[in-house]
Design a protein around this ligand. Structure first.
Ligand code: ZN
Length: 148
């Protein structure tokens, strides 16, 4: 797809966010912010008996990239298994957003990865597991997160 298509898609997800709102009895509730841009997101996930994502919603304020990324991510993950949430990668999200095609700078990439950060923190604490070194890397806003 061309960068124009991705740009239009991001604006559409920003203006008409999918899965926007909160879930009262969510098993996972995470609030994260990106101090570099002022983005703020709350992520809610509810599982069914088989540990599939029954519902996933987000709330928050932020730039077009962060909101579009959160919105798109909830769409990608709805109905997925807990294991899929664990294996869901930065690359999966950035590719879906067309980040490479758009040629965004590292600051904007942090915006795009804010929902991912919330997801990983939420899911890992839900299963009582620690983040791997690789996962920790993106939680560190001081460092670059481009070496995949
Ligand atoms: Zn932002």
């Amino acid at each position: 797809m061309s960068s124009e298509i991705y740009r239009d898609m991001i604006l559409d997800y920003y203006r008409h966010p999918r899965n926007y709102g909160s879930i009262e009895d969510a098993e996972i509730k995470v609030q994260e912010s990106n101090p570099l841009c002022g983005d703020d997101i709350e992520l809610y996930i509810k599982f069914d008996e088989e540990k599939n994502v029954k519902d996933i919603k987000f709330k928050g304020r932020g730039c077009a990239i962060s909101v579009a990324s959160a919105s798109l991510m909830t769409e990608l993950l709805k109905g997925k298994k807990l294991d899929d949430l664990l294996s869901f990668s930065k690359k999966d999200l950035l590719e879906a957003l067309g980040i490479e095609t758009l040629g965004l700078n590292p600051v904007r990439i942090k915006c795009a990865l804010l929902p991912y950060k919330a997801l990983k923190i939420g899911v890992y604490s839900h299963i009582g597991k620690k983040l791997s070194e690789e996962e920790k890397h993106i939680l560190d806003y001081e460092s670059e997160s481009q070496q995949d």
